[in-house]
Design a protein around this ligand. Structure first.
Ligand SMILES: Cc1cc2nc3c(=O)[nH]c(=O)nc-3n(C[C@H](O)[C@H](O)[C@H](O)COP(=O)(O)OP(=O)(O)OC[C@H]3O[C@@H](n4cnc5c(N)ncnc54)[C@H](O)[C@@H]3O)c2cc1C
Length: 401
């Protein structure tokens, strides 16, 4: 049988793509090397921030708008509780990059936000030890998604809509030409008109030409004496970047404690391959968030109560990859979702289906084009380093066909 759409990798993006494709009437086959909603990739740990103050750039606004609609639809159709509204705040110096970009993107996207000066922020959220010059950009509609719940719900709906989902099945190779794809699982092969590649941190196993790299990250939980002060009714999600102090956090939504991560100033190890992330949590993972908690959240004990390793796929310029490269018209590539991709995953899956079925999407995708690495040098933003080795990836992809 030749399928309309094959989905490679059934994590956050792949599960969404399988759901959207099957619900739109495509014949779908999906492959996942591990079990559903496993804890070995980028989408585990019980919680992910959903916010529309997208300081990453206004081009992300259209993604998150579609994502919001789709997460709501996934909740309704599956009957699962997937989103908890908590409010979310970006904290930083008034003239700092984070606050400036958050305000600009909220204004561009028509997102409801409230500006709180240091006194107002301290009055509303005494859990934060804010400095005199800090301000907060509060987004009341922000909240927390349950990542494993979202993935399970999307897989369930995909399956109900007829998708053929294969777990503990690793795609080992991919052949493609203008007409379609052949997907290899060892000696067995499957054909499809289009393939959506959503293999996350393993992306370069199948497509080494794309300059995506893997970075270790960790989810670290902290406990406090007054647990209710850090629960979802009283404590928001936050991203904090002020002078010498940066981190992010999620209220205690599941009794495990407040999840806190180190910000961009803390070095995170690059990995040669996703499989290299398989080593125990150590001080390099827990010291930076512990230091952040000590200075920013005095109501929490600055000692990790629990921690799990995670990892992110990163592009050279830090932006997502969503698109069909000119050289590979039967593939839709998705990847490089860094530490902020989950909130968008339902939309990315849906857009990938737009591209697989119609060849185009209503969402502007130029910023996310996989062809950009062959056309322009790195724009110098935080990401996986220079793009020198990437400059000819497109040509090499062409030669593989
Ligand atoms: C600690 C941490 C905190 C984060 N916090 C947030 C947050 O608060 N908000 C937010 O929006 N984002 C957050 N992110 C980022 C977000 O979680 C990721 O961007 C997103 O989950 C990536 O989804 P994905 O589908 O690309 O990867 P994954 O969900 O990892 O999916 C890739 C899948 O492909 C499978 N696969 C790979 N190769 C093959 C193969 N050859 N054959 C078959 N299957 C294969 C893998 O097993 C995996 O299941 C965070 C990330 C981390 C690590």
């Amino acid at each position: 049988m030749r399928y309309d759409v094959a989905v490679l990798g059934l994590g956050a993006v792949g599960a969404s793509a399988a759901w959207r494709a099957a619900e739109r009437g495509c014949s779908v086959i999906g492959f996942e090397q591990f079990t559903p909603a496993h804890a070995r990739g980028s989408s585990h740990g019980g919680s992910r921030i959903f916010r529309k103050t997208l300081f990453e750039g206004i081009e992300y606004g259209a993604l998150v708008d579609r994502a919001e609609l789709l997460w709501g639809r996934l909740e309704r159709e599956s009957g699962a509780a997937l989103f908890r509204r908590t409010g979310g705040v970006c904290i930083g110096a008034e003239d700092g990059e984070l606050v400036r970009d958050a305000v600009r993107c909220a204004a561009a996207g028509g997102v409801e936000v409230e500006l709180l000066d240091a006194d107002a922020l301290a009055a509303q959220y005494p859990q934060f030890a804010v400095a005199a010059g800090d301000i907060g950009v509060l987004e009341p509609g922000a909240g927390v998604l349950d990542p494993e719940g979202c993935i399970r719900a999307a897989l369930e709906l995909a399956s109900v809509a007829g998708a053929d989902l294969r777990f503990e099945t690793t795609v080992t190779a991919l052949d493609h030409d203008d007409d379609g794809v052949r997907i290899w699982v060892g000696a067995e092969s499957f054909t499809a008109r289009r393939a959506i590649v959503a293999t996350g941190a393993w992306f370069t196993d199948l497509l080494p030409e794309l300059p995506l790299r893997v970075q270790r990250s960790a989810s670290v939980w902290f406990a406090g004496e007054d647990r209710s002060a850090f629960g979802p009714d009283r404590f928001p999600t936050f991203v904090w970047e002020s002078d010498g102090l940066d981190g992010w956090g999620i209220p205690d939504v599941d009794g495990r404690g407040v999840k806190v991560g180190a910000g961009p100033s803390a070095p995170k190890p690059w990995l040669d391959h996703a499989s290299a992330n398989d080593y125990p949590i150590g001080p390099a993972d827990t010291d930076p968030p512990e230091d952040f908690v000590r200075r920013a959240l005095p109501g929490l004990t600055p000692k990790a109560a629990a921690a799990v390793a995670c990892m992110n796929s990163k592009s050279p310029d830090g932006d997502f990859v969503i698109g069909t490269p000119r050289s590979a018209p039967s593939l839709v590539l998705t990847g490089g979702f860094s530490g902020h991709g989950f909130k968008h995953a339902s939309a990315v899956g849906d857009i990938a289906v737009d591209l697989a079925t119609d060849g185009t999407s209503e969402i502007a995708l130029t910023r996310f084009s996989p062809d950009r690495f062959s056309e322009a040098p790195s724009r110098g933003r935080a990401g996986a380093g220079g793009s020198t080795s990437a400059a000819d990836w497109l040509g090499r992809l062409r030669r593989r066909r």
